[in-house]
Design a binder for this molecule. Structure first.
Ligand code: EPZ
Length: 417
């Protein structure tokens, strides 16, 4: 298995083009199953999670191709409605195919996605919503089977938590149906807005995406469509942390400014200069970062939970003490022990982390515990004196396209071997 080898303390500078958003491409690929025709999706990052999604689509009868960040899916001959256990295990977020299969076939069988590195990944909100949409849901021996049992003209669903995945599954299951569905307390993430834009471009009627009230008027079919995936705001924050910890000067092109409002204001609190010109962000960090009293992760438009590990890897070298409060996941700090192997002084109390900034970190052999925790380890290695070896990098490759190549283009001394 390859590892990443990093020689730290190099000042990063230069310009990178931001990759497409994994968490937008995945639900849109699920939606391509509903399209009775061809989907052409541009700006798709070449990631193992996307490759896994294409395997699922192929297993259901789609013809898929992936060439230079463009994915083509021909779903005219979809027959399947069962996703095998190993395909479900390959990608935790395959639960979002459930809504798409139901919209296409009216019934579906998937395995429960099970827990992951961030703790249990319950799907109770998803399943409760599907029952309210008129599906009979049965769970036994780890399999979940849904079958349309009642067609309702109008359904109003109130989510007890603005779950991103559950909001996406409701949109997917309802966009081709005979129902009008109103979702209250819906998730407002940009990836939801991108999914709705894709569906509407294909002939759907999804209104209010990006707000906490979404209305879906089911249509009879979705037709062939071409779409560009939005850029990845979490990958943007990764390059911002790389600038902070190396005293660098990095331009990130291809951003959507309003997706980064909370992230930019937080990185300005670190003491970096963050400027935005159209769709390009420049972050210049010419002094040691400043600690931040308290940062809380929250649902959009607050500071994203996925950007937490990248921020904490920057706070590990800041002046002073910072506190990060994680409000979304139970188990988001597994990677902290790996940063401590480099000398970071971080104490975790449940969903709260106290970071005492250190003036220096030392290279070490560390492992990736999850996708964003692995990226945090890379950022810490860039800021550490000496050599680091990062193992289990398959976690990182779920969400970052060619991270070593991109960082090398910014002057980092990093190789994958
Ligand atoms: C999506 O996960 C993202 N994944 C996550 O990114 C992201 O961290 C998360 O949204 C929050 O923004 C994808 O889009 C593929 P949730 P999702 O449903 O949909 C609880 C990454 O690294 N919950 O909003 O699973 C859940 O346990 C990943 O790219 C229930 O209790 O997030 C969590 O504590 C990590 N019951 C909270 O809600 C449910 O039925 C947020 O979950 C569903 C969720």
């Amino acid at each position: 298995m390859p590892n990443l080898y990093v020689s730290g303390m190099e000042r990063l500078s230069g310009k990178v083009k931001l990759q497409g958003a994994k968490n937008s491409a995945l639900p849109i690929l699920a939606a391509s199953l509903i399209v009775r025709g061809t989907t052409i999706l541009h700006n798709c990052p070449d990631l193992t999670d996307l490759r896994a999604a294409l395997k699922i689509l192929t297993s259901l009868g789609c013809d898929c191709s992936f060439c230079e960040n463009t994915v083509t899916v021909d779903s005219r001959n979809v027959t399947g409605e069962i996703i095998s256990e190993d395909l479900m295990r390959e990608m935790r977020s395959s639960i979002m195919f459930l809504g798409a299969i139901l919209a296409r076939n009216g019934s579906a069988t998937v395995t429960a996605p099970g827990g992951c590195e961030l703790g249990p990944r319950p799907i109770d909100i998803h399943l409760k919503a599907l029952e309210e949409l008129g599906y009979a849901v049965e769970e036994n021996e780890g399999y979940i089977t849904c079958k349309k049992s009642v067609t309702k003209d109008k359904v109003e669903i109130s989510l007890n938590f603005p779950s991103v995945g559950a909001t996406e599954n409701i949109i997917l299951a309802s966009c081709v149906s005979k129902s009008r569905v109103i979702v209250h307390n819906a998730a407002k993430e940009p990836e939801i807005t991108d999914l709705a834009a894709f569906i509407n471009r294909a002939g759907g009627k999804v209104y209010g995406a990006g707000t906490d009230r979404i209305e879906i008027f089911g249509v009879s079919r979705l037709s062939s469509v071409e779409h560009n995936v939005i850029p990845d705001r979490i990958v943007a924050s990764t390059f911002m942390s790389a600038s902070v910890v190396t005293g660098g000067d990095i331009c990130v092109s291809g951003i959507i400014p309003e997706h980064l409002t909370a992230i930019c204001s937080t990185y300005r609190e670190l003491g970096s200069s963050v400027t935005i010109d159209n769709n390009e962000l420049r972050i210049v960090s010419d002094s040691r970062p400043l600690g931040i009293d308290t940062v809380r992760s929250s649902v959009y438009p607050g500071f994203p939970t996925d950007a937490g590990p990248l921020l904490i890897s920057a706070l590990a070298k800041a002046e002073g003490t910072s506190v990060f409060v994680e409000t979304i996941f139970d188990n988001r700090f597994n990677y902290v022990d790996e940063l401590k192997r480099m000398g970071a002084d971080i104490k975790v109390y449940g969903r709260l982390a106290v970071i005492n900034g250190k003036s220096r970190l030392s290279g070490a052999k560390v492992k990736c515990t999850d996708l964003r925790g692995g990226a945090a380890a890379v950022i810490a290695a860039l800021s550490a004196e000496g050599e680091s070896v990062i193992t289990d990098i398959h976690h990182i490759e779920r969400g970052y396209e060619n991270i070593s190549g991109v960082l090398r283009s910014l002057n980092a001394k990093i190789i994958k071997e």
